[in-house]
Ligand binder design. Structure first.
Ligand code: ATP
Ligand code: MG
Length: 198
């Protein structure tokens, strides 16, 4: 599961746990992006802070792992490069699924080397109950790329990192939207207090 994880929250974790259960996955690797391709317009938090929160939030789940692969790779982060690296690191019989929010699936066909992404991993699209998947389905069908997508309903989909950052800046609570350890980390390190962090 790739993302900025600025910060990680229960939406990410519920989506990953649901995917792991429904698809029978052995492990979910949470992969904080180094320099996310679509977020060059705002100040993304220090990769070490985003990795630390990801590690804290995933540490009590036996099949969740946090990876430093992307934050240690220089330059803009592309999922195709990460999947290629994982393909080299793991035995040939290991299958990869890329877990993502269904809203993001509409854009996936425009990603850097989308065809390579389609060949290297199956996709899991986390969708809100009742969410209209037509746009995502059409974008994927029209791309002609060999994407293999499983859609999963995830109840906590309304939670977003943007909202957690805004709430922190406004002095609103983020407790019960993410792990207590992440809430503590945000407060201890003074993250998301100023507008530049929006
Ligand atoms: P931001 O608000 O900063 O964009 P975000 O909450 O969307 O943050 P990201 O790190 O951008 O989090 O997302 C990582 C991945 O998790 C993406 O594939 C995204 O679609 C997915 N995702 C984000 N929020 C949820 C959620 N509530 N439930 C399921 N998946 C989610
Ligand atoms: Mg997002």
């Amino acid at each position: 599961m790739g993302g900025t994880f600025d910060p990680i929250h229960f939406g990410h974790l519920v989506a990953a746990e649901t995917a792991a259960t429904v698809l029978g996955l052995d492990a979910v690797i949470f992969m904080p992006a180094g320099a996310p391709a679509f977020k060059q317009d705002r100040d993304v938090s220090d990769p070490e802070d985003r990795f630390a929160m990801t590690l804290l939030a995933t540490s009590d789940n036996a099949r969740f792992y946090a990876s430093r692969l992307e934050i240690e790779r220089p330059g803009v982060t592309y999922t195709a490069d990460t999947l290629e690296q994982l393909r080299e690191l793991y035995p040939d019989n290991v299958e990869f699924y890329f877990i993502t929010g269904a809203d993001a699936l509409v854009d996936i066909v425009t990603w850097h080397e989308a065809g390579r992404v389609a060949r290297l991993a199956k996709l899991v699209g986390a969708t809100r109950p009742g969410y209209d998947l037509e746009r995502a389905r059409r974008a994927i069908a029209e791309s002609g790329l060999p994407f293999d997508v499983t859609y999963l309903e995830v109840p906590a989909l309304a939670i977003s990192s943007s909202d957690l950052r805004a709430r922190t800046r406004e002095g609103m609570p983020v407790r019960y939207l993410t792990n207590d350890s992440v809430v503590g980390y945000i407060s201890k390190h003074g993250l998301y207090r100023t507008k530049g962090d929006a």
